[in-house]
Design a protein around this ligand. Structure first.
Ligand code: NAP
Length: 338
């Protein structure tokens, strides 16, 4: 079973869309470490926010940055031309319907059609838990897995345009792939945390940052599923490399926690920050975690990083990248992280 650190795969060229993003940067990093040549699409190769890509090990020899926009078919076609595979990770991450839906859906169509013309071996599409679990009619006893789909009417009615866009984009990916005979595999990550390779912040990291800066005074009475960014990147590569992953869908999740549990973990490791201790809705019963299965990725050899490590790595990275100041610790509050 090929797992991270195994023998490199020399000679194959793959395209990663939105290469400068949080998850895509990790996919590029692991692909370069495994010996692939990577064509990474960015909207502006000269933008300093993509500078970290050039610093990755192997980038000088095997990373080509291609200027491409998802809605510009010719630019996507040029980037995918000559590739053995595609990792389609680029997507707007927003709840603004104008900015979200068209690039997510038509951009995905463009990528699959270009992959079909280039006769690539497989496309791996980055979907989301947002395409999987948004269904108010699902019984709490149901184990959330790859057979679940979000309810589009519910997403629309609740104006959750991110989940709506991801679900419709994934549906479009399956539809066009079948029509064009493109081998597709889909990874559905949950909220992704861990060390940033890029210098700017992305939406999922802000989820944790707000609990450390004092901007969140309380935590919500809700649950969230979490996964480490390195595991998400590795999941993409495993499903690309594994013959059995053809037309497979993979839920990429390590655990589901109440926001209160997240704050407790953060407070244990980083007591120097003003982490909320109260729930915003103490009158209602505490929201309960849902059950889920990550067995399909475990079967491919993925060993998930525990969520405590994931939260610890996120905060250390926020400090190292200068997004979070490091207040002095009182001697008696110092804890080791393991
Ligand atoms: N982070 C999570 O918790 C999470 C969880 C589940 C799924 N996902 C999915 O994972 C993927 C990456 O998310 P992320 O958190 O890494 O987000 P991110 O850091 O915001 O990266 C998104 C990337 O998409 C690119 N992009 C957006 N619109 C584009 C367009 N029209 N043409 C070309 N590129 C475009 C952005 O390029 P620019 O830099 O040029 O804007 C950026 O590189 C997305 O598909 C997201 O839905 C993320």
């Amino acid at each position: 079973m090929p797992v991270d650190g195994d023998a490199p795969v020399y000679g194959q060229t793959v395209c990663v869309t939105g290469a400068g993003g949080f998850i895509a940067s990790w996919i590029v990093k692991l692909l370069l470490e495994r010996g692939y040549t990577v064509k990474g699409t960015v909207r502006n190769p000269e933008d300093p926010k993509n500078g970290h890509l050039k610093e990755l090990e192997g980038a000088k020899e095997r990373l080509i940055l291609c200027k491409a926009d998802l809605l510009d078919y010719e630019s996507i076609k040029l980037a995918i031309g000559g590739c053995d595979g595609v990792f389609h990770t680029a997507s707007p991450v927003t709840d603004d319907p104008e900015k979200m839906v068209e690039p997510a859906v038509n951009g995905t169509r463009n990528v699959i059609i270009a992959a079909s013309e280039a006769k690539v071996r497989r496309v791996v599409f980055t979907s989301s838990i947002g395409a999987v679990h948004m269904d108010p009619n699902r019984s709490p006893d149901v184990v959330v897995d790859e057979s679940c789909w979000s309810n589009l009417d519910f997403c629309k009615n609740t104006k959750n345009w991110y989940c709506y866009g991801k679900a419709v984009a994934e549906q479009a990916a399956w539809e066009v792939a079948k029509e064009k005979g493109v081998d597709l595999a889909v990874v559905c990550p949950v909220l992704t945390l861990g060390p940033l390779l890029q210098s700017n912040l992305n939406a999922s990291i802000v989820h944790v940052l707000k609990y450390l800066t004092g901007s969140a005074k309380t935590y919500a009475n809700s649950v969230q599923a979490y996964v480490h960014v390195r595991d998400v990147a590795l999941a993409h590569i495993l499903v690309f490399e594994s013959p059995s992953s053809s037309f497979g869908r993979y839920l990429c999740a390590e655990s589901v926690l109440h926001r209160g549990e997240v704050c407790d973990i953060l407070a244990k490791y980083f007591p120097e920050y003003p982490i909320p201790t109260k729930c915003s809705d103490e009158a209602s019963p505490r929201a309960q975690p849902y059950r889920f299965s990550n067995q399909k990725l475990k079967d491919l050899g993925l060993e998930f990083t525990p969520v405590k490590q994931c939260l610890y790595d996120t905060v250390k990275s926020l400090q190292e990248k200068g997004h979070l100041s490091v207040p002095p610790r009182r001697e008696e509050t110092v804890v080791s992280h393991y």
